[in-house]
Design a protein around this ligand. Structure first.
Ligand SMILES: Cc1cc2nc3c(=O)[nH]c(=O)nc-3n(C[C@H](O)[C@H](O)[C@H](O)COP(=O)(O)O)c2cc1C
Length: 200
């Protein structure tokens, strides 16, 4: 294996992702947690935004958000999405595509319970992606929830939860000399993961 693993790609793309995740932790200023999430609505109109990767394993990549947000509405109409990681210092890119499913309520509850109290109350106060007439209105909502939950644990709002992207496609890209970059894709079929190399 060379330093990226792309000269002899492993059979399992999660193995390669884990290696690059560890490389990012070792070399980048930040961990590999901020990722671009691309969705599309029922008419095929795309939208992209950053979300934070909170967990990954063979079952997929998990992020948390408001269930009334635009991204969540997109998933209701079209439960497919793409994730993009850019590792500028390492000159690498990872593209992931797949279908999305809701994280179970018990898993979301467990994650929410471990968040800082301020973030928990913020989740109640924010009606993400819906119009807000002024910041004061949101601060008022926050004050109301602070009062409501004073002296007790803050439960997860019913409109806040997690999504799991189950990949069926990966692409690992590494910058090389003279624009002859390395690109290795993985596609999932009934036999399992198959990898292939693409021209850059
Ligand atoms: C670094 C960074 C991290 C973010 N993490 C999250 C996140 O984990 N969950 C989330 O809902 N929004 C997160 N956001 C905000 C989203 O980019 C976006 O503004 C919000 O989710 C509304 O998107 P939507 O209307 O397309 O659903 C983050 C933004 C940035 C810049």
């Amino acid at each position: 294996m060379n330093e990226t693993g792309l000269d002899r790609p492993p059979a399992d793309p999660f193995e390669l992702f884990s290696q690059w995740y560890a490389d990012a932790r070792a070399h980048e200023r930040h961990e590999l947690t901020a990722m671009t999430l691309a969705t599309a609505d029922s008419k095929g109109r795309p939208a992209a935004r950053i979300v934070l990767l909170k967990h990954f394993d063979q079952d997929g990549f998990i992020f948390y958000t408001n269930l009334g947000s635009r991204k969540s509405a997109d998933f209701a109409a079209n439960p497919q999405a793409a994730l993009l990681f850019w590792l500028p210092v390492l000159e690498r890119q990872i593209r992931i595509e797949g279908s999305v499913v809701r994280v179970s309520d018990s898993e979301a509850d467990a994650y929410f319970a471990g968040r800082p109290r301020g973030s928990q109350l913020g989740a109640w106060a924010s009606l993400q992606s819906t119009p807000l007439d002024s910041r004061a209105t949101m601060e008022q909502r926050l004050a109301e929830f602070e009062k409501e939950y004073a002296g007790r644990d803050v439960p997860r709002p019913p409109y806040w939860g997690g999504w799991r992207l189950r990949p069926d496609h990966f692409e690992f890209w590494h910058e090389r000399e003279a624009r002859l970059h390395d690109r290795v894709t993985y596609a999932l079929d009934q036999e399992g993961w198959r990898h292939a190399r693409l021209y850059p």
